[in-house]
Design a protein around this ligand. Structure first.
Ligand code: FAD
Ligand code: NAD
Length: 477
């Protein structure tokens, strides 16, 4: 007979492993099945985020930022660093060490769940009717377990373009772009989204000529237009060559080069690069996850259909994270994991998708929560906005980080905050002021009346909130 658990989770990324820890804390007998194999050939928990996503990309972003600052910005502080050079294998090894520390940390956390350890099972899980999970181990052996509850947390995979198949030597996905062993002279990127901008920035800062081809005519369409404009200006200064309205039709590997053909408003163009990163979005990783007859519904694009509480409609079967609707973000996946574990344990659990913050870890950083000015206008919501530039903030200038701005979007009649949008240094940490304010249904007036420490970057939020009512102190209204 197969072993019975209270909760079986398929997927050990930030959705699945966090759900597992919370379920175990709540006294539930929990198993977490995960198929990921790390760079060392061994099973590794943590999913995309810890292995080939959030953490390794931020490690490389930080290394490349240090190098760029040393070679470009330190001289403004009177610090000279002639003959600075980057040791790419050492930088990648540092990244790998950080990944290993965090993926290994999950194994320890599983053991330490309040005396109720999570059972980690390495292998590929498929859900069968009756809440049975069959697992194909990496050694080819098969096993079967059952759960009173099942949480599907299978995550996502990069979308592959039919004419640019990943080989991870010349044509790279996110994993390949995190493991380049020498700075490519010319890096091409398809897609000026989050991955294209972050990983394009890493290699640009280390000296690559980076060309990003984006199909849409607008830059960073998901962000507020004022923020996208300010960011685009800075990226241009950094030498990121972003070509908008560029429709790529061909990517041919010729020797050590990739030859691209694309069309823009000037007609057919060509581009030759040494490496090509394809970052055109991700898709739910639900291939092989569901056997016939489970009753779990998939959308035509393979996304698991769930309600507002991550229930699939099949009793006791839940789904969370990148394989369901909503933003593909690690913290969203984790919050859903906690909420579902709590719902299973009979507690209230809910995730407010309207207050999930977004961060793009470029330089300057881009961050937002809530609706853009355009989204409000398109929805017929009357708005008033306040903006404030970091160039007028003492701390930003003292730090040599004057780029960017803060924008508060508030309801024109109720003054309720509908969105906070930021572009600037360290705004990844500042966006949470907006999240808290919005969770507490705060108004622009509330933000404007809160005392902000001086001198800090956060004073720009205070001033932008004052500017909503045309009473900013340090700029003309
Ligand atoms: P995943 O992390 O994808 O985990 C799913 C796990 O399930 C994987 O280990 C997979 O192997 C396993 N699995 C799938 N199917 C099965 C099966 N049938 N049986 C067993 N195991 C299975 N988000 C942020 O919030 N901040 C960031 O800075 C950020 N940076 C990113 C950078 C990059 C380069 C990329 C690619 C993504 C980044 N993301 C970031 C997105 C983030 O990684 C995802 O939103 C997050 O990992 C989703 O978590 P998840 O648990 O839903 O899925
Ligand atoms: P994305 O959706 O952010 O961007 C993809 C871009 O590619 C879009 O601008 C799209 O218009 C463009 N595009 C699509 N097809 C194209 C084509 N054929 N030719 C040219 N351009 C094309 O996707 P991504 O950058 O692959 O990242 C996937 C997801 O991973 C993100 O949306 C995000 O959810 C997550 N992620 C988050 C972070 C973070 O939180 N900092 C970092 C990396 C990834």
């Amino acid at each position: 007979m197969s072993e019975q658990f209270d909760v079986v989770i398929i997927g050990g990324g930030p959705g699945g492993y966090v759900a597992a820890i919370r379920a175990a804390q709540l006294g539930l007998k929990t198993a977490c099945v995960d198929a990921f194999i790390g760079k060392d050939g061994k099973p590794a928990l943590g999913g995309t985020c810890l292995n080939i996503g959030c953490i390794p990309s931020k490690a490389l972003l930080d290394s490349s930022r240090q190098f760029h600052n040393l070679t470009h910005l330190f001289k403004d502080h009177g610090i000279s660093a002639d003959n600075a050079r980057i040791d790419v294998p050492a930088m990648v090894a540092r990244k790998d060490k950080i990944v290993k520390q965090f993926t290994g940390g999950i194994t320890s956390l599983f053991k330490a769940s309040k005396g109720n350890p999570v059972t980690a099972i390495a292998g590929f899980g498929t859900l069968h009717p009756g809440k049975v999970v069959r697992i194909k181990g990496h050694d080819g052996k098969e096993a079967e377990i059952t759960g009173k509850h099942i949480i599907l947390a299978a995550g996502s995979k990069p979308i592959e373009l039919p004419f640019a198949k990943f080989d991870n030597v010349r044509i790279l996905d996110n994993a390949g772009a995190l493991d380049i062993s020498a700075v490519p002279k010319r890096l091409g990127v398809i897609g000026a989204g989050v991955i294209g901008l972050e990983l394009g920035s890493v290699w640009r800062r280390l000296g690559s000529e980076v060309t990003i081809l984006e199909a849409l005519p607008d830059f960073l369409a998901a962000a507020d237009a004022d923020i996208a404009k300010a960011a685009a200006r800075e990226f241009k200064k950094q030498g990121l060559d972003i070509k908008l309205g560029a429709k790529v039709s061909k990517a041919e590997i010729k020797g050590e080069e990739v030859h691209l053909t694309y069309a823009d408003d000037k007609g057919e163009q060509s581009l030759v690069v040494d490496k090509l990163l394809v970052a055109v979005g991700r898709r739910a990783a639900t291939d092989g996850l569901l056997a016939e007859g489970t009753g779990v519904k998939l959308s035509p694009r393979g996304v698991i259909e769930v309600d507002g509480h991550c229930a699939t409609g099949v009793e006791g079967v839940w789904a969370i994270g990148d394989c369901v609707r909503g933003p593909m973000l690690a913290h969203k996946a984790s919050e859903e994991g906690i909420a579902v574990a709590e719902l299973i344990a009979g507690l209230p659990g809910h995730v407010n998708l309207d207050t999930v913050p977004w961060v793009i870890y470029t330089e300057p950083e881009i961050a937002w929560v809530g609706k853009t000015e355009k989204e409000c206008k398109d929805a017929g919501i009357p708005v008033k906005v306040g903006t404030f530039p970091f160039a007028a903030i003492g701390r930003a200038v003292a730090m040599n980080e004057p780029a960017g701005l803060v924008k508060v979007v508030a309801h024109a009649e109720t003054d309720r905050i509908l969105g906070l949008h930021l572009c600037g240094a360290n705004v990844s940490e500042m966006v949470h002021e907006g999240v808290v304010a919005m969770e507490f249904h705060g108004s622009a007036e509330d933000l404007a009346r809160i005392c902000h420490a001086h001198p800090t970057m956060s004073e720009a939020i205070h001033e932008a909130a004052l500017a909503v009512d045309k009473r900013a102190i340090h700029k003309a209204n």
